[in-house]
Design a protein. Structure first.
Length: 166
């Protein structure tokens, strides 16, 4: 088995073959795992299609999953700014906070297959509610297959001011 290609090369192939969202999720994963050194990032920036270069500046290294990357990118396209990996008193770290009080959590495929994980999440949601937060929790299937439902829920909560402090 030969040597693997540099991560920057793989990311460039993803950008040209798989599209913006897959590229962005892979990019943030590479950043999270410290697999894209600065010289690789510069190399990639010179070769990326011009319309995708902004993603290098937008990308972060704190996404816990490609699902989180996808949500943040899609919300950005809607003009919604989020804070990521936010520590909330008595709740712990949450995936996203919109405004002051709207928590958005991304649950991966396997997360709710285990009842213990589901109970832990429900407890966190209850603690967040007691502290004045509203939590929206979305599964992989909803984010990937039914984004319009996710988008409508977030926009609906924002229209009602759920993201604003009282």
């Amino acid at each position: 088995m030969g040597e693997l290609p540099p991560v920057a090369n793989v990311l460039l192939q993803m950008a040209t073959c798989c599209g913006t969202e897959a590229f962005f999720a892979a990019l943030e994963s590479a950043l999270r795992r410290a697999l894209l050194p600065i010289d690789g990032r510069r190399w990639l920036e010179r070769r990326l299609p011009a319309e995708m270069r902004w993603l290098l500046a937008f990308a972060r290294s704190d996404a816990d999953s490609g699902l989180e990357s996808l949500i943040r990118l899609r919300l950005h396209h809607l003009g919604i700014t989020v804070r990521t990996q936010v520590a909330v008193d008595r709740v712990g770290e949450v995936d996203f906070v919109i405004g002051d009080r709207l928590i958005v959590e991304a649950d991966g495929r396997e997360n709710h297959e285990r009842e213990r994980e589901r109970q832990k999440d429900l407890r966190r949601d209850a603690l967040a509610a007691a502290a004045g937060y509203t939590t929206l929790r979305f599964t992989y299937a909803l984010v990937v297959g039914e984004w319009s439902v996710v988008e409508a829920a977030i926009l609906g909560m924002m229209a009602r001011g759920a993201h604003l402090a009282p």
